[in-house]
Ligand binder design. Structure first.
Ligand SMILES: *[C@@H]1O[C@H](CO)[C@@H](O)[C@H](O)[C@H]1NC(C)=O
Length: 211
């Protein structure tokens, strides 16, 4: 066989492998339970362009119900099924004047982009060094996976942030909320945090925890 022939044969073998194994997308079928790899796919024949568009960020989140004067609107694989199986998601964070995204963590790297306002954003590294900075409209900060981080609106107008995360399901865990809304006995929280009993009581009351 001459060389071009061998080349063509190899190409056709490669192409047949790729067309058999590549899936362009897997829009979540939310009727099934989610597993570590995400949801099963919706039948592609039922999809339309609308499945690939999320319109939930056009209005500000309502910050008036939050003790932190903040609201997060999440586009993750639950609210935007097209993200299923893709290593990406995005959220809108609204911070009223004085509003706060309390210390939190998630299993994804974050890029936060300031759209409106002036904030302090920062994180605490695993050696307990803190990196924090005042950020203005157009600034981006990296918040590495799993490290505790926060944002505070220090300006005199509401702040709008967009947060990109390299997971379709980042799993937000807000520290004050986690401490206050759980069903652990208060003594265990006191022992494991060095918080005073009245501080634990306050957190349990505010975030409606039990025990
Ligand atoms: C925000 O929520 C409060 C309390 O539920 C409600 O009274 C208010 O109308 C809401 N604001 C907007 C802009 O939807």
């Amino acid at each position: 066989m001459d060389q071009p022939m061998i080349f063509l044969m190899m190409l056709s073998i490669l192409l047949s492998f790729s067309s058999a194994s590549v899936v362009d997308f897997c829009v979540a079928d939310l009727n099934y339970p989610v597993g570590p790899a995400g949801f099963p796919c919706k039948n592609p024949a039922t999809l339309t362009s609308n499945d690939f568009v999320f319109s939930g960020f056009s209005v500000a989140g309502n910050t008036s119900n939050s003790i932190f004067k903040s609201a997060i609107t999440k586009a993750n694989h639950h609210t935007f099924p097209a993200l299923n199986g893709l290593g990406i998601s995005i959220s809108r964070l609204d911070l009223a004047v004085g509003g706060i995204a309390p210390l939190h963590t998630h299993r994804a790297d974050e890029m936060v982009l300031v759209i409106e306002g002036t904030i302090i954003s920062g994180f605490i590294a695993s050696d307990n060094t803190a990196y924090y900075k005042t950020m203005n409209k157009g600034d981006i900060m990296i918040l590495p996976q799993s490290l505790l981080h926060f944002q505070i609106n220090i300006g005199d107008i509401p702040a709008v942030l967009f947060v990109s995360l390299n997971s379709p399901s980042p799993g937000f865990q807000f520290l004050p909320l986690s401490l206050g809304s759980n069903n652990l006995p208060s003594e265990i929280i006191e022992k494991t945090t060095l918080l005073d009993p009245q501080q634990v009581k306050k957190l349990k009351n505010v975030f409606r925890g039990t025990n």
